[in-house]
Design a protein around this ligand. Structure first.
Ligand code: SAH
Length: 350
């Protein structure tokens, strides 16, 4: 059963629901190794042994939203809030630039103080100072007009995980004032405005089932994002989901491999969440087909405050200044850091 399922996935790049269930539920150890091997061979045929790095700058942990899973939700009174000024962000970019980063990802809560005009001017300032760099935003749900202005100011990419493609599941993860429809509207707007789009979801979020994950795969098939971000759901003690179980590393790795085999050229990050749930998570992700890492370029004393989940890693190979350590870690599994911006499609079809 599983051999045929992997064969169809790797050779025809298709996945029927029965095969998906086999790969998630009935894969023996040997089958899992085969799945990961095929996925990393596919990644190597497109990207070689080069890993793209993006410098992540967490610009604010102030958020007007109240997502039940997220540690920086508005309702978490214990969160120690901060926001970076434009000058601080530019300083992070400068530091990153000298470390070799050519992509900056500005991620944050939906902070009303960093309004559309502020974001637009910040993007323009980064583009002006670092014209050879790509600017990626990950600032949540905005109006189409705002996305248009950010794009005009020079933003190239936008990361917005859909979180779940099942509206009923979505409503169990978010308060009533948020809607699945708006999240999806945002993703299509971003696509139409010419962004390279990243979407994705947490693996093992409360109420998630294999049926909802299957819906995630269908949405991704329709949207065709340039990047797919997935990582295990991890509990945060200051949320309504405190006391729940963390998501599964195994399922995260299998999904990474499935996405790599379905979409050989897609950008697939090995996430901080994966590296938080397991000390070798980052390398295991790469060996399952991931090809992107996002070390943290933010000021060290702020990183621990951007606490989406408990025990989030922000030092060593997760920190931009740990880039040499990261090189060593990657070297051990036979990979190097790419010097390129790593735009989608750069490698063409091989
Ligand atoms: N405000 C932005 C950025 C959110 S943080 C936005 O809405 O897109 C980026 C991602 O972290 C989220 O999309 C979510 O998938 C993930 N995340 C949040 N809480 C998490 C948790 N407890 N465990 C694992 N991942 C989490």
């Amino acid at each position: 059963m599983w051999r045929e399922a992997i064969g169809r996935l790797a050779e025809e790049r298709t996945l029927e629901k029965e095969d998906f269930l086999v790969l998630m539920e009935e894969l023996p150890r040997e089958g899992e190794q085969e799945l990961f091997r095929r996925a990393r061979e596919t990644a190597r045929s497109v990207f070689g042994r080069e890993i793209y790095v993006r410098g992540l700058i967490e610009i604010s942990n102030v958020c007007r939203n109240n997502c039940y899973y997220c540690g920086i939700r508005r309702g978490n009174r214990e969160a120690d809030r901060y926001r970076l000024s434009r000058e601080e962000i530019l300083a992070c970019c400068g530091n990153g630039y000298s470390l070799g980063f050519r992509t900056f990802v500005l991620q944050g809560g939906e902070d009303p103080a960093q309004d559309d005009r502020w974001v637009e001017e910040t993007v323009a300032a980064i583009r002006m100072r670092y014209p050879d760099c790509a600017v990626t935003l990950s600032l949540g749900e905005k109006t189409r007009e705002a996305y248009r202005r950010f794009r005009e100011a020079g933003a190239d990419r936008y990361l917005l995980r859909h979180e779940t493609a099942d509206p009923v599941h979505y409503a169990k993860l978010h308060p009533a004032e948020m809607s699945y429809e708006n999240r999806i509207r945002c993703l299509w707007d971003l696509k139409e405005l010419g962004y390279q789009v990243g979407t994705g979801f947490m693996v093992g979020s409360p109420y998630q089932t294999l049926d909802t994950i299957w819906e995630d795969l269908q949405l991704i098939k329709k949207l065709r994002p340039e990047m797919i971000g997935i990582g295990p759901y991890l509990v945060h003690h200051g949320t309504p989901f405190a006391g729940r179980k963390n998501g599964s590393m195994i399922w995260t790795l299998r999904l990474l491999a499935i996405f790599r085999l379905l979409y050989p050229e897609v950008l697939l990050p090995s996430t901080t969440a994966l590296n938080t749930i397991h000390p070798e998570g980052r390398s295991l992700g790469i060996l399952a087909g991931a090809n992107v890492l996002m070390p943290n370029l933010g000021p060290a004393e702020r990183r621990e405050k951007y606490e989406l989940y408990d025990h989030k890693r922000s030092t060593g190979g997760e920190a931009a200044e740990g880039i040499r350590l990261l090189e060593t870690i990657l070297g051990k599994i036979g990979y190097t850091i790419s010097a390129s911006r790593g735009d989608y499609g750069e490698h063409g079809v091989h």
